[in-house]
Design a protein around this ligand. Structure first.
Ligand SMILES: NC(=O)c1ccc[n+]([C@@H]2O[C@H](COP(=O)([O-])OP(=O)(O)OC[C@H]3O[C@@H](n4cnc5c(N)ncnc54)[C@H](O)[C@@H]3O)[C@@H](O)[C@H]2O)c1
Length: 291
């Protein structure tokens, strides 16, 4: 019997795309599934699909930018299924890529509030709950390959995904003390509707991007997403990786080389610093990892 069987997973943005694929794969492992999403129509579709394969499911409307929504979801989930053992911080959005000036401050605010602060809110509420109940579990934060290396013309999205990788590294040792395994998922392109994120933008976020009027393949990044891997593979990969206690979860092995090149460039930069006469006499403790 799998470690997941009979336990409860909460997936933000779980109504479709990568979030739904993880919900479905975890449901196949015998978990109770709570999908929480801003899109009520897709929530009902997802609920039906999971119910059809006998997965116990609770589908709740939630905006990850609202702390009170997270609190309400936690209460309803616990009432229905008892303690929550897995948090998947998945909900995310992207603006169309473009030059610096094309991403205005409202766009920055929206992407930061969903992708970064949404993860912070989820972790504060559900991560604290998992620490308190003491039964252990898993936290999967959905970053991106954009969290591993900056993507040209996508500064706001990159900023949030680098932050999600960093926060995961920061939280991992703390949560491990409570038997909660933290992992960070870093996919490259997956065939979802991420390039149509404008559909999830609430009126108060001042939608400046009307995706109903465009041919999705013509959107910058649109064809890359539409030619991405099948989201179903991502859910199955997450199960496999959590069973193996992986921390960084990759789904596109072909990206290994570009990351190695980044690592090599950083190593060369350290070498130049090591050779610099300006720095020759400084005393530095390498065990202090920040400063
Ligand atoms: N598709 C890719 O190529 C790709 C690659 C790397 C990482 N990711 C990441 O995967 C995650 C899931 O994206 P996806 O590709 O499945 O996109 P998607 O647009 O298909 O799904 C995103 C889900 O999040 C929900 N959502 C959006 N804003 C929300 C909010 N404020 N509150 C609650 N729910 C909200 C949407 O309704 C939707 O169900 C994101 O964090 C994204 O950045 C995607």
């Amino acid at each position: 019997m799998s470690d997941f069987n009979g336990k409860t997973a909460l997936i933000s943005g779980g109504a479709e795309g990568i979030g739904f694929s993880i919900a479905s794969a975890m449901g196949d492992q015998g978990m109770n599934i709570v999908i929480a999403d801003i899109d009520e129509t897709q929530l009902r579709v997802a609920e039906e699909k999971l119910t059809a394969k006998n997965v116990p499911v609770l589908a709740l409307k939630m905006d990850v930018t609202k702390l009170e929504d997270w609190q309400a979801v936690q209460e309803k989930a616990v009432t229905q299924f008892g303690n929550i053992h897995m948090l998947v911080n998945n909900a995310g959005v992207a603006t169309a890529p473009g030059p610096l000036e094309a991403t205005n401050y409202d766009d920055w605010q929206w992407v930061l509030d969903v992708n970064l602060m949404g993860v912070v809110r989820g972790t504060h509420i559900i991560g604290s709950h998992m620490k308190q109940h003491g039964e252990g579990g898993w936290m999967v934060n959905v970053a991106s390959m954009a969290g591993m290396a900056g993507v040209p013309t996508a500064g706001a999205y990159t900023a949030t995904k680098v932050a999600v990788v960093g926060m995961s590294e920061s939280w991992q040792p703390e949560m491990a003390k409570h038997n909660v395994h933290v992992a960070v998922l870093c996919p490259a392109f997956v065939k979802t509707r991420i390039h149509l994120s404008g559909r999830n933008r609430t009126a108060e976020d001042q939608n400046s991007f009307d995706d109903t009027k465009v041919n999705t393949k013509d959107l910058p990044g649109g064809s890359l997403v539409e030619n991405g891997i099948d989201p179903e593979l991502v859910g199955m990969r997450v199960v496999e990786a959590l069973q193996a206690q992986e921390f960084y979860i990759f789904t596109h092995p072909s990206h290994r080389e570009s990351l190695q090149m980044r690592g090599a460039a950083i190593d060369q930069a350290f070498e130049r610093a090591a050779q610099s006469p300006i720095l020759a006499d400084i005393e530095d403790d390498p065990n202090i990892v920040f400063g």
